[in-house]
Structures are given as structure tokens and as C-alpha cells.
Design a protein around this ligand. Structure first.
Ligand code: URA
Length: 468
């Protein structure tokens, strides 16, 4: 069998042989490059005749052909002969040969699952390229490269990529997929999102939910060498107990039993459940309306700005004015799907001073941001994003509690107040106001690219990993 197209080659040969009633014992199957036996004479195949096989046989044979075990092609051929007279044979789980084929198919499926979960694409886009380019190294247990390729073309269809394995190089360029059987030594790859991903991983690691066995079976050690987060795992596990104790110590204590009833009897304060009636701070009295967030309620990413501007105040929708339009443009350039994100602000009302006919933006006061936090907390609790993007200092401070200088923190992922990681970046309005537009623009695009890569990695993450 050739290394590429193994299944198709086996299928064509098996059809020609089985339809001419050639017994299994007369055939010696082998992989190209294997040492030939004394008896192999390279006999040509007979002309195939009409024959039919049960519908479940072909999908099973595709998987089994990818298995590395000795004898897979032989047993498949025996099963093909047996199936001809018994279309229900594959459903007989008590049959030892059926069991063996199913077990092989299961190994291959599992290997494919691992490859989907643990391939890490590293960016290698050269300056000026019109499609982003990525490379990855992976060592599958079985010959699954061709079987799995369509998963990656679907998921990463808008970029060019190469996945290198020890035996096959799969290349996806400009929408065309090609496999080449070449021997490769392990590639050592890293890119600048690696640090971001490591910080993210350390943040989502929940010591209270640590299950080492489940974690190791989901992410066996053999895959660790290709994962940027892998070297964090031993220290995270080692520190898990201490972190858990700290979480317990930091947990709020329970209120006295009658506290709820006492609170009910207190006179109603100016706290309302309706954002549009909020009077927790004075800004609302001046603004046209409160502006809440927009976007899918199950978004993985939540983008947080400062406060609505003039246009947003009039339209009641965040990020529709000049800063919002610039943000959309830069997000598109960075490959971040803005429509898939939830976008909102730290403060829900527009704060301004009138100057002639114009309303001039004013920074919200710390007390106003604090008063408004309740609305943002509510949005975070509802959407439960996997990570947050803080646009500018106000969002960064309200999401992390850290008010230190923004410029030193750009591109960093910090632990958010609600334990959700926060990627810190610039506010697009800062670019509009700056003399160094190009520099700041490039910085924001770079951080948004980091965010887009985080989303890709999240999408490729095995289900349940963040719950460790
Ligand atoms: N700036 C923000 O921070 N938010 C908006 O909605 C618009 C401009």
C-alpha cells in the first residue's frame, strides 16, 4: 500500500481480488517500503467485477486502513469476503473479527480526536502577505493525516497552513489542499502568542476542579512537548492545594441567618433592576439614555470600552461612532470576528460638557465607574465569556482592579476580578486623538490579533479542558 491514498489503493485491490474470489490466504498485503517477502511476486490484479458490500463496511475500512497494526489489511479483506454472504455480519458484536476491527477503528478515532485537540498552529505570516500563514508539528499514532485534513480545512479555511508529521506534510494554500509523503524530524516552533496562551491557561486553571487522572487521559504526556502551556502543568498541579486553601480563605463568609429579612425591611435605595432607570450616579441625568451591551449572549469574547460617546448616546448602541468604526476596521484587519463578540462599556451613560452646540466627552470619575460596575458585572455573569478585552484604562481598571499605567500593560493577559482573563489594550479613541496614529494603530491591531488567535485556540480546545 502506498503511504498516501492507502485506503483507496486497498479498496481498489480488494475489490478486484474479492470479486474474482481470490482467497485471503493467497494475498500478502504490505506497506510501500516494507521488506518484501520471499513469495511476493508483484502479480497484477484481475479485472474487477460487480460486487456489493454492506453500507457500514466502507467507513469502517477507511478508519482501519489508517491503523498501524500489522495485519489490518488482511483482516479487512477477510471481513470483506465474509460480508459478501452475510450483510448483517458487521452488526454482530460477538464476532471476534468484528470486535478486532471495531477496536482498531476506535483507536484511530481517538487519535483523530487528539490531533483535533492538540494541534497548535504557530503564525509565520511574512510582511505583506495577503493571507495569514501558520505551521504546526504533530505526531499521530496512526496514519490519519488524510482522514483529518478536512477538519482543519473547515476550521482554518481562511488562512494558509502546513501541518507537518513525521511522515506526511499537509499543506493548505489559497484554499487548495495537498499531502506529500516526506520524512520530517520534529519541528521546534514558537510564536508570540505563546506567552499569551500560557497566561490564559494559568488563569483558567481551577485548582478546585483538579482531576489529575482525567486531565492526563484527556491530554496524555506524549502531546505535552508540542503544547506551549505544557511546562506550566506540573507547577500548577503542585500549587493547586495551596491555591485552593487560599480560595477557601478568601471566600465570603455567610451572612447571619436573618440578614436577608433585615435587608428587605430597609427603605428602598436608588438601586433599580432597570438599567434605563439607573440613578446610581449623576451622569444619567444628563445623558439621552443608558447604553447597554450588544452581541451574542453566548459570546466567548467580551469587549469592554469606557463609556458611550455622542453618537452612541443618541442611538442607544455602543461603538457606532467614530471610535467604534475604527475599532471595527482594526478588528477586521486583525481577523477578530467582531460580530461573534459581546461589546459593551464600563460606564453606561455618556458624560460630557456642552461647548456651543457640541457635547465634549469627559472622563468618568472613579466613583461613577464604581457605581456602574453592577451593570457590567451583570453582563459578565450572563454572557460568561472565556476572556475579556479591556479597551483603554477605564475598562482595564474596572475589570482587573489594577489602575497602573496602561502602556506598560498592552498585550498582557491579567487576572480579572471575576477570575476571567482580561487582555489589556488601547482604546480606539486614543488613536483618533494621537499624533502617533500609525504606531498606536499597529499596537491595537497586534493585540487584537492576539485575541483572534486566542479565539482560534479556544475553538480547538478539547471540550471540558477549562474545567480542570
Ligand atoms: N467609546 C467607548 O468606549 N464606547 C463606545 O461605545 C463608544 C466610544
Amino acid at each position: 500500500m502506498p503511504r498516501l491514498g492507502t485506503f483507496e489503493a486497498w479498496r481498489d485491490a480488494a475489490r478486484a481480488l474479492a470479486s474474482n474470489d481470490i482467497p485471503a490466504d493467497d494475498i500478502e498485503w504490505g506497506m510501500e517500503g516494507d521488506t518484501q517477502s520471499l513469495f511476493s511476486g508483484g502479480a497484477s490484479l484481475p479485472v474487477p467485477r460487480e460486487m456489493s458490500v454492506p453500507s457500514g463496511f466502507i467507513p469502517l475500512a477507511k478508519l482501519v486502513c489508517a491503523h498501524r497494526a500489522e495485519g489490518v489489511h488482511d483482516l479487512l479483506y477477510r471481513m470483506l469476503l465474509r460480508c459478501r454472504g452475510n450483510s448483517r455480519l458487521l452488526g454482530n458484536r460477538a464476532d471476534a473479527e468484528v470486535q478486532q476491527l471495531e477496536a482498531w477503528a476506535k483507536n484511530v478515532r481517538r487519535d483523530m480526536h487528539k490531533m483535533k485537540a492538540f494541534v497548535r498552529l504557530r503564525e509565520i505570516t511574512p510582511q505583506g502577505a495577503n493571507r495569514r500563514q501558520f505551521i504546526s508539528w504533530f505526531e499521530p499514532d496512526h496514519r490519519i493525516e488524510e482522514l483529518i485534513a478536512c477538519f482543519f480545512t473547515r476550521r482554518f479555511g481562511d488562512m494558509d497552513w502546513v501541518i507537518v508529521t513525521p511522515e506526511v506534510t499537509t499543506r493548505f494554500t489559497g484554499g487548495d489542499l495537498a499531502h506529500k509523503a516526506v520524512q520530517s524530524a520534529r519541528l521546534d516552533l514558537s510564536d508570540e502568542t505563546e506567552e499569551l496562551w500560557r497566561t490564559y491557561y494559568a488563569n483558567i486553571f481551577n485548582p478546585a476542579r483538579l482531576k489529575i487522572k482525567a486531565m492526563q487521559s484527556e491530554m496524555p504526556k506524549k502531546y505535552w512537548k508540542n503544547l506551549p502551556e505544557a511546562d506550566l502543568i506540573p507547577s500548577l498541579i503542585a500549587g493547586a492545594e495551596a491555591r485552593m486553601r487560599k480560595m477557601q480563605d478568601d471566600a465570603p463568609t455567610l451572612p447571619p441567618i436573618r440578614a436577608e429579612r433585615i435587608l428587605e425591611r430597609l427603605p428602598a435605595r436608588d438601586v433599580t433592576d432597570d438599567l434605563h432607570a439607573c440613578a446610581r450616579c449623576p451622569i444619567g441625568a444628563q445623558a439621552t439614555q443608558a447604553v447597554g451591551g450588544v452581541g451574542p449572549m453566548d459570546a466567548r469574547v467580551m469587549i469592554v470600552g469606557e463609556q458611550p460617546g455622542d453618537r452612541e448616546d443618541l442611538e442607544g448602541v455602543p461603538f457606532v461612532g467614530p471610535a467604534g468604526q475604527l475599532f471595527d476596521e482594526l478588528a477586521a484587519e486583525a481577523g477578530l470576528d467582531r460580530a461573534a463578540a459581546y461589546i459593551t462599556n464600563a460606564v453606561k451613560h455618556f458624560k460630557f460638557t456642552p461647548r456651543g452646540k457640541r457635547r465634549i466627552h469627559q472622563n468618568p470619575h472613579t466613583s461613577e465607574v464604581a457605581a456602574c460596575r453592577v451593570w457590567l458585572e451583570r453582563e459578565i455573569a450572563q454572557v460568561q465569556p472565556a476572556f475579556l478585552i479591556a479597551l483603554g484604562a477605564t475598562a482595564a481598571q474596572t475589570l482587573t482592579g489594577n489602575g497602573s499605567a496602561l502602556m506598560q500593560r498592552l498585550g498582557r493577559v491579567e487576572r480579572g476580578r471575576e477570575r476571567i482573563p482580561v487582555l489589556i489594550t488601547l482604546h480606539p479613541a486614543a488613536i483618533l486623538r494621537s499624533d502617533e496614529r500609525e504606531t498606536l494603530r499597529a499596537l491595537l491591531v497586534r493585540n487584537l490579533k492576539q485575541a483572534a488567535q486566542m479565539v482560534e485556540k479556544l475553538d480547538a480546545m478539547p471540550v471540558g479542558l477549562p474545567d480542570m
